[in-house]
Design a protein around this ligand. Sequence first.
Ligand code: CP3
Length: 347
Amino acid sequence: MVARPAVKNDLFLRACRRERLDRPPIWIMRQAGRYMPEYQEIRKKTSFLGLCKTPELATQATLLPIDLLGLDAAILFSDILIPVEAMGLSLEFTEHKGPKFLNPVRTDADIERLAVPDARKDTGFVGDAVRLINTRLDGRVPLLGFSGAPFTLATYMVEGETSKEFTKVKRLIFSNPRGYRALMEKVTRTVIDYLEMQVEAGIHAYQLFDTWAGSLCAEHYREYALPYTREVVRALARHGIPSILYINGTAALLDLMDQAGTDVLSIDWRLPLDKAIPRISPEKAVQGNLDPVVLLTTEEALAGEVRRVLAGVGDRPGYIFNLGHGILPETPMAMARSLVRMVQNGL
Ligand code: CP3
């Protein structure tokens, strides 16, 4: 049985179900991160991967933004690349440069060698973290789990690091479509098992990060990324928990994103919500889409932009306030606090 605790503040879950609310719930992508001095303190104790793999520390990091900012949802502290490491790729996080795979996937033999891990055995620390977080949250707010969407995970596996042009993964798609399909099938099975484990451990909802899908044109997204995302969403549907799809580069893909089957679409900052919403099915909830850079400016500018985002939503039910991408490490805590106050107490 799934031990999913009941929550006192259920605004986030009600927004996912498109209930009419007095105010929108707010959480922030990358809400536990380097912009918080308290995160830096926890981080000093170990490496980033060490932090992800130590349930006690991952729990402390997850709870920081709930305790310090009073957000309406918690998100598991981890990284999208954790299950990929378990597929057999050696992962390093270098200061300032981000993730790096030492043995990226380039050939059919590389693809064949990849394991489909047993999530409970090979990434059991994530399930342990989910259980410990729920114990410490004690039902204050819901807990989001997450995974990278298959395409974004494949970009890291093939490129070996964060990329600008995505030449290597696109070359694989176009010159070895069979190999690409074999890779995506393994990644998709890995993602499904990884999310199933999180559901069993007690998450209340999950978000799929397809951060780099915006590097594809709509036709290629339809053919090479969307089917795998749909497969994940379809497999998880039996659990009945809300699902969110995030893409960075929403504008060209929104109509197809709508077909992925998630309950919520998370919109980046480039497309104003009054332009996005008419392209979204009425039964779907919407999340986003403040430009994270606004948090580096002034209270006045922030208030103006929060007002603009909320005006774009109008009185459509089913809206979750968030940024259009992760909060930047340079963000002052005071500005994050102001944002939460503006959304929760009004402007
Ligand atoms: O939202 C949250 O607070 C939960 C934790 C979370 C992290 N990464 C923590 C993290 C989540 C949901 C992610 C997802 C993730 N990881 C994505 C998709 C979302 C997005 O931002 O587009 C991607 C592409 C990654 C891969 C990744 N991890 C990169 C590119 C980097 C380096 C960039 C950077 O900001 O340093 C990371 C590292 C990372 N993931 C940090 C954190 C808090 C910083 C690590 C540190 O403490 O040094």
